[in-house]
Design a protein around this ligand. Sequence first.
Ligand SMILES: Nc1ncnc2c1ncn2[C@@H]1O[C@H](COP(=O)(O)OP(=O)(O)OP(=O)(O)O)[C@@H](O)[C@H]1O
Length: 630
Amino acid sequence: MRSLRRMTRYMRPYRWVLLAGLVTTVLPVAMELVVPRMLQYVVDQGIRSGNWEAIWNGSLVMLVTALVGALATLGQGVSRAQLSQGIAYDLRNELFTHIQRLSFANLDQMQTGQLMTRISSDVDVVRMFLSAGLSLLLRALLMIIGSVIMLTVTDLQLSTIIFIMLAVAAVVIRSILRVAAPLFMVVQQKLAALNTIVQENLAGVQVVKAFVREPYEIERYRQGNEAYMAENIKVGRLMALAMPSLGLITNLGIVAVAWWGGLDTIGGRLSVGELIAFNNYLMIGMAPLLLLSNMLNMVSRAEASSTRILEVLDMEPAIRVAESPHTAEALDGAVRFDQVSFRYEAYAPPEETTPAPAFQGNGAGMRTPAAVNGGPNGNVNGHKDVLAQISFQVKPGQRIALLGATGSGKSTLVNLIPRFYEATHGTIAVDQVDVRQWSPHSLRRHIGMVMQQTVLFSGTVRENIAYGRPDASMEEVIAAAKAAQAHDFIMAMPQGYDSMVEARGANLSGGQKQRIAIARALLVSPGILILDDATSAVDMDTEFKIQEALDAYMRHCTTFIVAQRISSVLNADQIFILDGGQIVAQGTHRELLTTSPIYRDIFRSQFGEESLAHFPLDASQTSHPDRREP
Ligand SMILES: Nc1ncnc2c1ncn2[C@@H]1O[C@H](COP(=O)(O)OP(=O)(O)OP(=O)(O)O)[C@@H](O)[C@H]1O
């Protein structure tokens, strides 16, 4: 029960509510324990000797205890709700805040569905335990302890039977708990896998429909659902053992007490009242024992969920912030890579993976470690570099283009500049300061980034453009949108800048989404702008206009452009050709045409075999797509 014990720290802010809960749990138990004693008094002192006063007094005490017990139980319900809801609220907030602090490398290790299950279902399991389980557990323990004390006081000799019975029950409970907690872990893992299937399916609904893979997805879900059900049944079977075992132990105890107690009463060692009181205490003590069998389920489930919540909270952000991090009001935009190598770490516990029907394709969205680490060097063990020994220097304001085959490491390289990942070897410096010394927030605030996959949030167009600078004026938003060639289509939308962007930008075309993403990056007035395939969905004419506007809008900004089309990089100050994680050629368009066979190959593949002979070497003459055609 280590994880549940660790969870108790979340009770600290609610210590007064906890105290109220404790008092209101103890009181009804104490009241219930008074009743058999009063019953003994009424029988022995009142009924047997015809003493009405004793009967009245005993009855009055029992009435008062019933009232106090009822009031306390009401208070207990209120404090229980406050405690459990409060802790669940704190846990959800802490989990979400912690996830925001995690870096790409951490998040690569967990599927979205896994995280969502932990923040929703696992927190709810803990909340239910705190709301119902904890007070019931406490009540059961108090009842057992209280009745054992009263049994001992009533008759020590007869109580021996109870001690033996409790010892046997304790062994049974402990054994069940030991087996149940890991089983509940598996249950939650299966639930998380199931949620991942739903999340991936909904996120990729267009792909599912386009490839007519609904039957596959239904089968995938059915299998995940079956695995979840099978684990639940396994747990159910184990829990089914608890009730009859504890019931049997209790009933054997009752029979033993009836036998020995009956003999003692006939023999005159015990009065009838004492035997009745003893039996009542026995019932009070043994009923919660049966209740405990039900609670074993709740406790084991809560332990498993606490472990899963703590696994996330214990995850150290892979990016460490320096003790006194470097910050700056603006960036000049100088970037230096010095012998930089990088590799992605292996990840994902195997049992957390999403089940996929045996025959089907690629496991639909679930990257296996081999696939993830099968980097440019074709390795499968996750220990080869995706980038190797990269060195270059970029002056402020330069435009750098990165070209290379898919998987050659272009995105990985630009992701190292804002420190999304930490270089495995070597040094990366921005404005002559090692990125490890930079405050990640300060560094990223001055880097405008347009990622390969455009992510927009539900909200208005304006809110999306101003995502990085919510305080930007309307004029600034429009200026950024104009530079990104987005203004015209935004104005053509029904509510202009106040038009709603649907979830994931569903009501916009790919090129429109990209242009909003570019405007969003421009609005932060970055010192470094990274465009990772940012215009892949935009036609060549619009791309040319964007580049022209960028020249005017971002005069002093260092720009990294990851591109597939040579036409996007003609005006770059330096073009890096990446191959297998290494820079294999470097220079301007003119230089590379003469020095780099790979560049010439790419050029030939995009403009045709005869193009090399005709293509003018002076990039300035080719800056418009119409004129660029050989
Ligand atoms: N998050 C990740 N975890 C593990 N491996 C990754 C991850 N991202 C990329 N890789 C691997 O690193 C290598 C380089 O990928 P990267 O995305 O940098 O290539 P790229 O040149 O940008 O490709 P593309 O042009 O297709 O976008 C690939 O082999 C890829 O499988």
